[in-house]
Write a protein that binds this ligand. Structure first.
Ligand code: PLP
Length: 359
């Protein structure tokens, strides 16, 4: 067996020890005589897995007691529509900040439910920066302010929590949740799909302040009603049970690494090494303003795009896969989430240097 270093933006690499544990427990979870896949989600065994996962997330993120922690389906994309339907609370407007492809999608979907005020946009810069927070146009009559903490496609990340001037702050953290410590109490909602930093696809984490829930738009299905799901421990209907179990294993792995403060140091070091290699080269470049460069997704272009094909083919041969950039921006992108080992960064940097030398 030989495993590659997979730089995919998501689904993405999982810790090898997690995959090994899942393999060892595949046919018989802890003496139950069943795979987790086969268990009733209402049975004692699965309930213990679910409870442990939730408690571990609460502990890792230091989530205050006045927040509900939900595990839903439909992906982060589903939340683009479910958020306005859950927390407009009779208001007609919501503020959004546009910093890239994902916030653009959130804006588009929210438009079906409310008047979207774009408080700031970095579209003019081709999404290579973050508009100065003090200049954001925040409407006090809006129900909330939404931003994307890490733009997975453009490689742009907020380094601080924006001041929402009293509005509930809502953030799509799909691609940088659990990568650094965070003051959850500053937020109304934090949401994220699982397939980047938490496990396989199939779980959508929604962390919501409890005073925001319960006053929903007419027609919102119960499966996506935060208050109903909170009351039912996210098991109004059958959850993505095997994905929950794997997210639970990833959270236990993260605790073993020392939690988010420790993994942040690791993430800072990994990203710094890769950006330094890009910056010192004559062949590669990254267009993002240095202060807003993402620690999770590192896009870069080759000065001669005719070399892209050869670069990707050689990388593949070296066991470095999924480096092709998103079709909307071209070039390359290395996604280096929590589970990406140091050895992968070293292998990528070495390959890039060798490719530059020979081309
Ligand atoms: C991947 C991603 C999404 C989409 O997630 P799905 O679970 O596929 O809906 C949304 N937002 C961000 C920031 C992402 O990285």
């Amino acid at each position: 067996m030989s495993r590659v270093f997979n730089f995919s933006a998501g689904p993405s690499m999982l810790p090898e020890s997690v995959l090994q544990q899942a393999q060892a427990e595949m046919l018989d979870w802890q003496g139950s005589g069943m795979s987790v896949m086969e268990m009733s989600h209402r049975g004692a065994e699965f309930m213990s897995i679910a409870e442990q996962m939730k408690q571990d997330l609460i502990e890792l993120m230091a989530i205050p007691a006045n927040y509900k922690v939900l595990f839903l389906q439909g992906g982060a994309t589903g939340q683009f529509s479910f958020i306005p339907q859950n927390i407009l609370r009779g208001k007609t407007k919501a503020c959004y900040v546009n910093t890239g492809a994902w916030s653009s999608k959130a804006i588009q979907d929210a438009g079906a439910y409310c008047d979207v005020i774009v408080s700031a946009s970095s579209e003019d810069s081709k999404f290579t920066t973050i508009p100065n927070i003090a200049d954001w146009a925040i409407d006090q009559d809006a129900a909330y302010l939404h931003y994307t903490s890490n733009e997975t496609i453009h490689g742009v990340e907020f380094s601080e929590i924006p001041d929402s001037q009293g509005l509930p702050l809502v953030s799509d953290m799909s691609s940088n949740i659990l990568s650094r410590p965070l003051d959850v109490s500053r937020y109304g909602i934090i949401y994220a799909g699982s397939q980047k930093n938490m496990g396989p696809a199939g779980v959508t984490v929604v962390i919501v302040r409890d005073d925001l829930i319960g006053n929903v738009a007419k027609g919102l299905p119960d499966a996506f009603n935060y208050a109903v799901q909170a009351k039912n421990d996210s098991m109004l209907n059958t959850p993505a049970s095997y994905s929950w179990y794997l997210v639970g294993l990833v959270l236990q792995w993260l605790k073993q690494q020392g939690g988010v403060a420790a993994i942040e140091q690791h993430n800072i070091a990994k990203a710094a090494r890769l950006y330094a290699a890009i910056d010192k080269s004559a062949l590669y470049s990254n267009p993002v303003e240095v202060a807003y460069r993402s620690r999770m997704n590192v896009p870069f272009v080759l000065s001669d795009a005719n070399l892209d094909k050869a670069f990707l083919a050689g990388a593949e041969k070296a066991g470095l896969t999924s480096l092709k950039g998103h079709r909307s921006v071209g070039g390359m992108r290395a996604s280096i989430y929590n589970a990406m080992p140091d050895a992968a960064i070293t292998a990528l940097i070495d390959y890039m240097a060798e490719f530059e030398r020979t081309h």
